[in-house]
Design a protein around this ligand. Structure first.
Ligand code: C2E
Ligand code: CA
Ligand code: CA
Ligand code: CA
Length: 239
């Protein structure tokens, strides 16, 4: 597992992280999760892979928390199949109690397309997670194509603007309008908002000017292997 800082846009300070899976293949080199996660999602492999990812991220962050190095929440990506069939609430409960980690240290990112599925079993699972004190956010927000009514039905606390809207927002009027609209939706519904894919100073300026407070992206840091992420945490603490 690698870790990408989530930062405060105004200062660049790390306020949390997203855990992202990596596969170092002996012959193929680094294989992107954008390639192998969708394949794992076609079978129940995603459940065991997802469990490993979740546990590993929690173990690492619990250790950083013990050293008072890690601020805020660790966000872990959860796929639809894990929510529906993976016993995710039990996994969360067991892992947090094994590690003595409070549930408010944990965020689960669920993609918009998964969240829009109105399977009642899945909605129950999301409420179970909320009862456990876990923070839920909607990933890739704006890329789905349904109404926004699902946001009212679900115990969601945050949104992530998909990076496809951030990429050209400094030069594309439509993307700029969509980004502003998403910032306004989050504000009106009382949801936190993180912009992903912030690569340019122009992105940062636009987002700050329009009221977005948190972000993630190469402008601040790429996803880092644990030792490098830990070094960043230590450097920030020494400031
Ligand atoms: P995602 O959840 O939307 O994660 C954000 C992706 O954007 C990551 O790609 C990250 O490295 C990349 N990214 C971050 N900042 C920037 C930027 O400024 N510019 C650009 N161009 N890209 C940026 P990554 O790590 O390749 O992951 C791809 C996708 O694979 C993730 O998209 C997520 O859907 C999935 N994934 C990764 N790890 C896990 C996991 O542990 N479990 C599950 N279920 N899915 C995962
Ligand atoms: Ca994500
Ligand atoms: Ca995303
Ligand atoms: Ca995305």
């Amino acid at each position: 597992m690698w870790y990408q800082p989530k930062v405060q846009l105004a200062t660049g300070r790390i306020i949390g992280a997203e855990a992202l899976i990596r596969w170092q293949h002996p012959e193929m080199g680094m294989v992107s999760p954008a390639v192998f996660i969708p394949i794992a999602e076609e079978s129940s492999l995603i459940v065991s892979l997802g469990e490993w990812a979740f546990r590993t991220a929690c173990e690492t962050v619990a250790e950083w928390k013990r050293q008072a190095l890690f601020p805020g929440r660790i966000a872990v990506n959860i796929s639809g199949r894990q929510l529906k069939f993976g016993g995710i609430a039990e996994l969360v409960n067991r892992t947090l109690s094994d590690l003595g980690m409070p549930s408010d240290c944990l965020e689960l990112e669920v993609t918009e397309s998964v969240a829009m599925d109105d399977d009642s079993g899945m909605i129950d699972v999301l409420y179970r997670l909320q009862e456990l004190g876990v923070y839920l956010s909607i990933d890739d927000f704006g890329t789905g194509y349904s109404s926004l009514s699902y946001l009212k039905r679900l115990p969601v606390r945050g949104l992530k603007i998909d990076r496809s809207f951030v990429l050209n927002l400094h030069e594309d009027r439509d993307d700029a309008a969509i980004a502003r609209a998403i910032i306004s939706i989050a504000g009106s519904l009382g949801l936190d908002l993180v912009a992903e894919g912030v690569e340019l100073e122009e992105h940062r300026e636009f987002l700050l000017r329009n009221g977005c407070i948190w972000a993630q992206g190469y402008l601040f840091s790429r996803p880092l292997p644990p030792a490098e992420f830990e070094a960043r945490l230590r450097a920030q603490q020494a400031e």
